[in-house]
Ligand binder design. Structure first.
Ligand SMILES: [Zn+2]
Length: 438
């Protein structure tokens, strides 16, 4: 132990150009600052980090998973990631934190590893996934359910796929990525890459005295479009998604549903937003386009489901360009004498806005009012809802519509969506999901 510490000090001194006694002094100061929290090695690692010195990735790795015992500290291990669970947020003593559990393995066994706070962030940034190799420095062991588990301590470090380390002895993590058309009922531990086509609001459910959250969304790749369902903790990740986002799911499972295969994301799953990929996937619009039949406006009716219409924008219809929604769930709100309420959340403390733009499309067979909401409306506007809110603070909606009219009138558009009857006017209108010009 003493020797390796001396080695550490020498390495830091060499790398930083400081003398050994200067380095020792820095380490002592660090120890004092974190009285009782840091071991000498830990302090030395922190000093090295601050000086920007990568400490020997080639130095020997000490720990083996089969030898883990409760209470061990300062362990270094080289492991393979076998599974990543979805990161979790928690609150303890009024402080917010993040943790993420992984299953890791070496040639002697498998265990659970917990990463905390900034290491969760680092994991996301570096794209740690099933199959990655991690060189962990300064882990400690805590027993949970009678099984020793690894934790990366807060002065520890994690190198992803470290150069110079020999990981030929590590077990392989089978990484099979499915295209969506390959999915069959009752498959488990699925990885897939897809585009988000559409998001539905999350809802609460109660089943056999258990409360939970569930959220559906539609995803597609070049081979198929399917419905994905996020459960409970995964809803938080699903709510961060936008239409057209590229995602990778890991640890998902399938079920056969009424409308074909469904992809489910449960406690063993995670969603990676904008994953690092070798390949590109067509945009949501392109994916939708390929599978959608184009119809004449004259033929439109609600029974057709999702269709495309192709025509020119005749006019931008007058309107308020936005409406207020619940700031918590994005759902509809109602103004009552006692205040504002959301059907889901109750009293609304914070409101948000949702953009809405209506244009009249003519395709030679007839005309129809096409209405876009949310992000699709923002795409028509050419700016986001924040800017919309700012502009509406300075000018009337009519002025913005006037500008839009100048920009959009006469433009060719292909819109994908469905026909429906307007609840107030009984007039047929087209609810736009996505569109492209030209
Ligand atoms: Zn709400």
């Amino acid at each position: 132990m003493q020797e390796s510490r001396q080695e550490l000090i020498e390495k830091i001194a060499q790398g930083s150009g400081k003398s050994q006694s200067e380095v020792k002094e820095l380490v002592e100061k660090k120890k004092e600052k974190f009285t009782g929290l840091l071991t000498e090695d830990g302090a030395a690692f922190m000093v090295a980090k601050e000086l920007g010195i990568e400490l020997g990735e080639a130095s020997p790795v000490k720990g083996k998973i089969s030898k883990l015992e409760d209470g061990q500290q300062n362990l270094d291990l080289l492991v393979r990631v076998m599974h990543v669970f979805s990161p979790k947020q928690f609150e303890k003593n009024g402080k917010k934190g993040k943790l993420c559990s992984l299953i890791v393995a070496d040639d002697t066994g498998e265990t659970r590893l917990t990463l905390w706070h900034r290491d969760v962030e680092k994991m996301r940034e570096t794209g740690v996934e099933k199959g990655s190799v991690l060189l962990l420095r300064n882990c400690y062991v805590k027993t949970f359910n009678e099984k020793p588990q690894l934790n990366l301590s807060y002065n520890g470090s994690m190198a992803v796929n470290p150069k110079g380390a020999d990981w030929s002895c590590l077990p392989k993590a089978e990484r099979k990525e499915c295209s969506l058309s390959e999915l069959r009922p009752d498959m488990v531990d699925i990885s897939a890459v897809a585009r988000v086509l559409r998001l539905f609001p999350a809802t609460d459910f109660e089943k056999q005295d258990r409360k939970g959250k569930v959220m559906n969304f539609l995803i597609a790749d070049e081979t198929a479009t399917i419905r994905a369902t996020a459960w409970n903790d995964l809803v938080e990740a699903a709510e961060k998604l936008h239409e057209n986002d590229l995602i990778k799911v890991e640890g998902a499972y399938t079920k056969g549903g009424m409308q074909g295969i469904e992809l489910h994301l449960g406690w063993r799953s995670r969603i990676i937003q904008n994953p690092k990929l070798g390949k590109e996937l067509p945009s949501a619009m392109q994916l939708l386009n390929e599978k959608t039949e184009t119809r004449k406006v004259r033929e439109l009716n609600p029974e057709l489901g999702i269709v495309a219409v192709q025509g020119a924008i005749v006019v931008v219809n007058p309107g308020q360009l936005r409406y207020s929604v619940c700031g918590t769930c994005g759902g509809k709100i109602q103004r009552l004498d006692q205040g504002v309420v959301c059907g889901k959340c109750g009293e609304v403390k914070e409101q948000d806005i949702r953009a809405v733009v209506s244009v009249r499309i003519d395709d030679g067979s007839a005309q129809i009012n096409a209405v876009a909401y949310g992000e699709t409306a923002e795409k028509l506007l050419g700016f986001g809802k924040q800017e919309l809110q700012e502009r509406l603070g300075k000018m009337q909606a009519e002025e913005i519509i006037g500008e839009l009219q100048e920009r959009l009138a006469g433009k060719k558009i292909k819109a994908i969506g469905r026909a429906r009857e307007n609840a107030y006017s009984n007039e047929m209108q087209f609810a736009v999901r996505n569109f492209e010009f030209g």
